[in-house]
Write a protein that binds this ligand. Sequence first.
Ligand SMILES: [Fe+2]
Ligand SMILES: [Fe+2]
Length: 217
Amino acid sequence: MCAMETRRHGLIDRFIGEIDKAIKVLSVPARAARGTPTAPAEAEDLSESERRRSRRLMRVNHAGEISAQALYQGQALTARDPTVAGAMRKAAAEETDHLAWCAQRLDELNGRVSRLNPLWYAGSFAIGALAGALGGDRASLGFIAETERQVESHLEDHLGRLPPADARSRAILEQMKHDEIQHGATAAAMGGRELPLPVRFGMRLMSRVMTRTTYWI
Ligand SMILES: [Fe+2]
Ligand SMILES: [Fe+2]
Protein backbone atom coordinates (compact mmCIF):
# COMPACT_ATOMS: atom_id res chain seq x y z
CA MET A 1 0.00 0.00 0.00
CA CYS A 2 1.48 3.40 -0.91
CA ALA A 3 1.95 6.17 1.68
CA MET A 4 -0.94 8.24 0.34
CA GLU A 5 -3.30 5.32 0.52
CA THR A 6 -2.21 4.54 4.11
CA ARG A 7 -2.87 8.15 5.04
CA ARG A 8 -6.28 8.07 3.43
CA HIS A 9 -7.14 4.90 5.33
CA GLY A 10 -5.95 6.57 8.55
CA LEU A 11 -8.23 9.54 7.95
CA ILE A 12 -11.20 7.32 7.14
CA ASP A 13 -10.58 5.30 10.32
CA ARG A 14 -10.47 8.47 12.38
CA PHE A 15 -13.62 9.79 10.76
CA ILE A 16 -15.47 6.54 11.48
CA GLY A 17 -14.11 6.61 15.04
CA GLU A 18 -15.50 10.12 15.57
CA ILE A 19 -18.92 9.20 14.13
CA ASP A 20 -18.94 6.19 16.45
CA LYS A 21 -18.19 8.38 19.49
CA ALA A 22 -20.92 10.84 18.48
CA ILE A 23 -23.51 8.07 18.20
CA LYS A 24 -22.47 6.73 21.62
CA VAL A 25 -22.70 10.14 23.33
CA LEU A 26 -26.09 10.79 21.75
CA SER A 27 -27.69 7.40 22.29
CA VAL A 28 -25.93 5.35 24.98
CA PRO A 29 -26.60 6.44 28.59
CA ALA A 30 -23.42 7.99 30.03
CA ARG A 31 -21.91 6.27 33.06
CA ALA A 32 -20.54 8.50 35.82
CA ALA A 33 -17.30 7.65 37.61
CA ARG A 34 -18.37 9.65 40.67
CA GLY A 35 -21.62 9.23 42.56
CA THR A 36 -24.41 11.72 41.84
CA PRO A 37 -24.32 14.79 44.12
CA THR A 38 -27.61 14.43 45.84
CA ALA A 39 -30.20 15.57 48.34
CA PRO A 40 -32.76 13.26 49.98
CA ALA A 41 -35.59 12.38 47.57
CA GLU A 42 -38.13 12.13 50.43
CA ALA A 43 -37.82 15.83 51.12
CA GLU A 44 -38.83 16.66 47.53
CA ASP A 45 -42.13 18.44 47.27
CA LEU A 46 -42.51 20.05 43.85
CA SER A 47 -45.74 21.29 42.30
CA GLU A 48 -46.43 20.34 38.67
CA SER A 49 -45.38 23.76 37.37
CA GLU A 50 -42.16 23.62 39.43
CA ARG A 51 -41.38 20.18 38.03
CA ARG A 52 -41.95 21.50 34.52
CA ARG A 53 -39.53 24.36 35.09
CA SER A 54 -36.90 22.00 36.55
CA ARG A 55 -37.32 19.64 33.61
CA ARG A 56 -36.72 22.44 31.14
CA LEU A 57 -33.72 23.80 32.97
CA MET A 58 -32.14 20.36 33.33
CA ARG A 59 -32.76 19.69 29.63
CA VAL A 60 -30.74 22.79 28.83
CA ASN A 61 -27.95 21.61 31.14
CA HIS A 62 -27.99 18.15 29.61
CA ALA A 63 -27.65 19.67 26.12
CA GLY A 64 -24.78 21.82 27.39
CA GLU A 65 -22.99 18.68 28.55
CA ILE A 66 -23.57 17.03 25.15
CA SER A 67 -21.82 20.05 23.67
CA ALA A 68 -19.01 19.78 26.21
CA GLN A 69 -18.41 16.18 25.12
CA ALA A 70 -18.21 17.24 21.47
CA LEU A 71 -16.01 20.24 22.19
CA TYR A 72 -13.46 18.22 24.13
CA GLN A 73 -13.47 15.43 21.53
CA GLY A 74 -12.86 17.94 18.78
CA GLN A 75 -10.09 19.62 20.70
CA ALA A 76 -8.38 16.40 21.80
CA LEU A 77 -8.25 15.48 18.10
CA THR A 78 -6.24 18.56 17.22
CA ALA A 79 -4.23 19.10 20.46
CA ARG A 80 -0.49 18.99 19.80
CA ASP A 81 1.09 18.86 23.27
CA PRO A 82 0.46 15.49 25.01
CA THR A 83 0.13 17.26 28.41
CA VAL A 84 -2.60 19.46 26.98
CA ALA A 85 -4.34 16.45 25.42
CA GLY A 86 -4.09 14.66 28.81
CA ALA A 87 -5.66 17.60 30.69
CA MET A 88 -8.46 17.68 28.11
CA ARG A 89 -9.12 13.99 28.57
CA LYS A 90 -9.33 14.42 32.36
CA ALA A 91 -11.78 17.30 31.99
CA ALA A 92 -13.76 15.29 29.42
CA ALA A 93 -14.12 12.43 31.95
CA GLU A 94 -15.61 14.87 34.48
CA GLU A 95 -17.92 16.19 31.77
CA THR A 96 -19.13 12.60 31.32
CA ASP A 97 -20.12 12.61 35.00
CA HIS A 98 -22.06 15.84 34.42
CA LEU A 99 -23.82 14.33 31.42
CA ALA A 100 -24.80 11.22 33.37
CA TRP A 101 -26.03 13.23 36.38
CA CYS A 102 -28.16 15.54 34.21
CA ALA A 103 -29.64 12.56 32.34
CA GLN A 104 -30.46 10.83 35.62
CA ARG A 105 -32.12 13.92 37.05
CA LEU A 106 -34.11 14.44 33.84
CA ASP A 107 -35.34 10.87 34.18
CA GLU A 108 -36.41 11.44 37.78
CA LEU A 109 -38.37 14.48 36.66
CA ASN A 110 -39.93 12.51 33.78
CA GLY A 111 -38.27 14.87 31.35
CA ARG A 112 -36.82 14.20 27.92
CA VAL A 113 -33.57 15.23 26.30
CA SER A 114 -33.47 17.93 23.63
CA ARG A 115 -34.30 16.89 20.07
CA LEU A 116 -31.61 19.30 18.93
CA ASN A 117 -28.77 17.42 20.64
CA PRO A 118 -27.30 16.00 17.38
CA LEU A 119 -27.11 19.53 16.04
CA TRP A 120 -25.35 20.83 19.17
CA TYR A 121 -22.94 17.91 19.05
CA ALA A 122 -21.99 18.49 15.41
CA GLY A 123 -21.60 22.25 15.83
CA SER A 124 -19.55 22.02 19.02
CA PHE A 125 -17.31 19.31 17.58
CA ALA A 126 -16.55 21.46 14.55
CA ILE A 127 -15.82 24.51 16.71
CA GLY A 128 -13.55 22.50 19.04
CA ALA A 129 -11.57 20.98 16.19
CA LEU A 130 -11.34 24.32 14.42
CA ALA A 131 -10.08 26.17 17.52
CA GLY A 132 -7.27 23.63 17.89
CA ALA A 133 -6.45 23.34 14.18
CA LEU A 134 -6.40 27.07 13.42
CA GLY A 135 -5.12 28.60 16.63
CA GLY A 136 -3.01 25.81 18.17
CA ASP A 137 -2.98 24.68 21.79
CA ARG A 138 -2.90 28.13 23.39
CA ALA A 139 -5.99 29.27 21.50
CA SER A 140 -7.67 25.96 22.23
CA LEU A 141 -6.93 26.34 25.96
CA GLY A 142 -8.11 29.95 25.83
CA PHE A 143 -11.30 28.73 24.25
CA ILE A 144 -11.84 26.25 27.10
CA ALA A 145 -11.10 28.90 29.73
CA GLU A 146 -13.64 31.26 28.16
CA THR A 147 -16.25 28.53 27.64
CA GLU A 148 -15.98 27.42 31.26
CA ARG A 149 -16.26 31.01 32.48
CA GLN A 150 -19.46 31.40 30.49
CA VAL A 151 -20.78 28.02 31.70
CA GLU A 152 -20.07 29.07 35.28
CA SER A 153 -22.19 32.22 34.97
CA HIS A 154 -24.87 30.24 33.12
CA LEU A 155 -25.02 27.73 36.01
CA GLU A 156 -25.16 30.57 38.49
CA ASP A 157 -28.19 31.89 36.59
CA HIS A 158 -29.86 28.46 36.60
CA LEU A 159 -29.22 28.03 40.32
CA GLY A 160 -31.23 31.20 40.80
CA ARG A 161 -34.05 30.01 38.51
CA LEU A 162 -34.51 26.49 39.90
CA PRO A 163 -37.58 26.12 42.12
CA PRO A 164 -36.36 26.59 45.72
CA ALA A 165 -37.66 23.13 46.64
CA ASP A 166 -35.62 21.36 43.94
CA ALA A 167 -32.64 20.50 46.13
CA ARG A 168 -31.69 17.47 44.01
CA SER A 169 -31.12 19.45 40.81
CA ARG A 170 -29.40 22.16 42.84
CA ALA A 171 -26.88 19.69 44.33
CA ILE A 172 -25.93 18.55 40.81
CA LEU A 173 -25.54 22.07 39.42
CA GLU A 174 -23.45 23.13 42.44
CA GLN A 175 -20.98 20.29 41.88
CA MET A 176 -20.90 21.00 38.13
CA LYS A 177 -20.16 24.65 38.79
CA HIS A 178 -17.30 23.65 41.08
CA ASP A 179 -15.83 21.36 38.38
CA GLU A 180 -16.24 23.92 35.56
CA ILE A 181 -14.37 26.53 37.61
CA GLN A 182 -11.52 24.01 37.96
CA HIS A 183 -11.53 23.22 34.22
CA GLY A 184 -11.35 26.91 33.35
CA ALA A 185 -8.56 27.58 35.87
CA THR A 186 -6.52 24.61 34.60
CA ALA A 187 -6.85 25.73 30.98
CA ALA A 188 -5.81 29.28 31.88
CA ALA A 189 -2.86 28.03 33.98
CA MET A 190 -1.66 25.85 31.08
CA GLY A 191 -1.23 28.95 28.94
CA GLY A 192 -4.70 29.59 27.51
CA ARG A 193 -4.67 32.80 25.52
CA GLU A 194 -7.32 35.45 26.15
CA LEU A 195 -9.69 35.41 23.17
CA PRO A 196 -10.49 38.58 21.20
CA LEU A 197 -13.65 40.39 22.28
CA PRO A 198 -15.68 39.64 19.10
CA VAL A 199 -15.00 35.91 19.55
CA ARG A 200 -16.11 36.03 23.19
CA PHE A 201 -19.19 37.96 22.16
CA GLY A 202 -19.96 35.45 19.39
CA MET A 203 -19.64 32.58 21.87
CA ARG A 204 -22.04 34.25 24.27
CA LEU A 205 -24.52 34.85 21.48
CA MET A 206 -24.35 31.24 20.34
CA SER A 207 -24.87 29.88 23.83
CA ARG A 208 -27.85 32.18 24.26
CA VAL A 209 -29.45 30.78 21.09
CA MET A 210 -28.72 27.29 22.32
CA THR A 211 -30.09 27.72 25.84
CA ARG A 212 -33.22 29.55 24.67
CA THR A 213 -34.20 26.95 22.06
CA THR A 214 -33.32 23.93 24.16
CA TYR A 215 -35.56 25.16 26.98
CA TRP A 216 -38.52 24.45 24.68
CA ILE A 217 -37.35 21.88 22.12
FE1 LIG B 1 -19.77 20.17 32.46
FE1 LIG C 1 -16.14 21.76 32.16
